[in-house]
Ligand binder design. Structure first.
Ligand code: NAD
Length: 485
């Protein structure tokens, strides 16, 4: 299945110009559905990062920095319209590059358009306040861009993550340097082309593909960057935060999770079951907010596991463009990680309650994993504690509300949680007690909600993106006190 990508992919986008990396070096991108070569990308280095930061600074000092908030908003909305026009093409690119089912690629393209519309519309609606102060004074605040913002993003939802972080940063008037992931960055480059086509002023958005330890580390450490937005693993997040600390700049960390979906005995199971499974297999489980732990009140545990198992057995994994329930994992490496967790389950004698299938005609070179439900896992087991980042869910029984809270809060992570109950008071008590950044009651929104502030606590990170909250994060508040008598 040799696929053609409809544009040149091996260049960086710096200061409005497409150019090769100075070293001429490139990195291969593989198609996860069959392991074939999909494209080559530039191997950007510290030199390209430095050029990109300078271009961004020049944009801030130049045309981009002179635009009014309304003009910036219009520019973002123009990009949003272009994304909608090209949604099918972007969906296909994302599906090929990440290995996700085509309809998920389409959902991601539409989410990108929504982010650009939302932040485009919000750009001129963020003001400050006047503050009652001493007699004879007028005190007021306004919001200013940080300046140059660095954005390091992972491979699992490139369009959504770029939309939410770059979209918000541009809306507030920052100029951005984006370092997409080396495993998947075709839609990041496509977004650069859309910005170019829409006439976004040169240098407002710069893109430097490359390796994390090279381009990513150089961007995180660059003294010309005034704010860092990092989405990825905990280990890398710590490195980025340390680099930010050396330059005393703020950093938003959107890291991993081991999010619980908590099912009480009074839950509407017919409504819950599709969510419970989908939150675990969406994007082949490679979702930061995957609902990977299913906590069920003991009196209905066996029934829920049995009904979940029925659904899991019916799941089919196959090539992205076949648009089945799930596609392959991103890489051979990720496949190895998921396989090791399944070996751990087998070696520990854990019950595999159900597995879905890999379709017979899935190409042998693809990185497929069978969706798997494990039952009878103790809350402190590695499989119930660690982020697997694959289509593996564990079911755990709990006794009462207090027990559910203890188990739910009992990992280092705290990103998202779901609560299923018909008892409104209990839903509110749970929402208050859960240690995480988002709680969904009688639904689950893995990745969703352009309007909803998103981010974690603990090992899941800090800072918030999405919604209006992101606009505060991507700006600095200035207070002005005027003595006029
Ligand atoms: P990763 O940390 O390996 O890579 C993420 C990005 O960081 C990539 O662009 C990579 O090139 C770059 N990078 C790697 N080393 C770097 C370094 N030394 N300095 C600077 N940048 C570096 O993460 P991953 O394995 O690609 O992504 C999966 C992780 O991301 C999971 O833990 C997942 O939960 C998390 N994630 C979180 C969110 C969220 O919003 N909270 C969203 C998606 C993914």
């Amino acid at each position: 299945m040799a696929e053609r990508v409809p544009f040149v992919t091996h260049q960086t986008f710096i200061g409005g110009r497409w150019r090769d990396a100075a070293s001429g070096q490139r990195l291969p991108l593989l198609n996860p559905s069959d392991g074939s070569a999909l494209a080559e990308i530039a191997r950007g280095s510290a030199d390209e990062v430095d050029a990109a930061v300078r271009a961004a600074q020049a944009a801030r000092d130049g045309e981009w920095g002179r635009l009014t908030a309304a003009e910036r908003g219009r520019a973002l909305m123009a990009m949003g319209r272009k994304v909608l026009e090209r949604a099918d093409e972007l969906a296909r690119l994302e599906a090929l590059d990440v290995g996700k089912p085509l309809r998920q690629g389409r959902a991601d393209a539409l989410a990108l358009a929504r982010y650009l519309e939302f932040y485009g519309g919000a750009a001129d609606k963020i003001g400050g306040e006047t503050i009652p102060y001493l007699n004879g004074y007028t005190a007021l605040t306004w919001r200013e861009p940080h300046g140059v913002t660095g954005h390091v993003v992972p491979w699992n939802y490139p369009m959504q993550i770029i939309g939410r972080s770059v979209g918000a940063a541009l809306a507030m008037g920052n100029a951005c340097v984006l370092k997409p992931a080396e495993e998947a960055c075709l839609t990041a480059l496509a977004i650069g082309r859309i910005a170019d086509d829409c006439g976004l002023p040169a240098g407002a958005l710069n893109i430097v593909p490359g390796l994390g330890e090279e381009a990513g580390a150089a961007l995180s450490a660059h003294p010309g960057v005034q704010h860092l937005s990092f989405t990825g693993s905990v280990a890398t997040g710590r490195l980025v935060q340390a680099a930010a600390a050396r330059n005393t700049v703020p950093v938003t960390l959107e890291l991993g999770g081991k999010s619980p979906q908590i099912v009480f005995a009074d839950a509407d199971l017919d409504a819950a079951l599709p969510y419970l499974v989908n939150a675990g297999i969406q994007n082949a489980g490679q979702t930061c907010s995957a609902g990977s732990r299913i906590l069920v009140e003991r009196s209905r545990f066996d029934e829920v596991v049995q009904r979940l198992a029925q659904r899991v057995r019916a799941l089919k994994a196959g090539p992205a463009l076949a648009d089945l329930d799930l596609g392959p994992l991103i890489s051979q490496r990720q496949h190895g990680i998921v396989s090791r967790y399944l070996d751990l389950a087998r070696d520990g004698g854990l019950a595999i309650a159900a597995q879905g299938e890999i379709v017979a005609d899935a190409p042998a070179g693809g990185f497929y994993a069978r969706p798997t439900l494990l039952a009878g896992v103790t809350p402190d087991h590695a499989l119930a504690q660690e982020e697997i980042f694959g289509p593996v869910q564990v079911a755990i029984a709990f006794d009462d509300e207090a027990d559910a809270i203890r188990i739910a809060n009992g990992t280092p992570y705290g990103l998202v949680a779901g609560v299923w109950t018909r008892d409104g008071s209990r839903a509110l008590r749970m929402a208050r007690a859960l240690r995480c950044g988002q709680v969904f009651v009688n639904n689950y929104g893995a990745g969703g909600g352009v309007e909803l502030p998103f981010g974690g606590v603990g090992a899941s990170g800090h800072g918030r993106e999405k919604g209006f909250e992101a606009l505060y994060g991507f700006s600095a508040l200035k207070t002005v006190a005027i003595l006029h008598g």
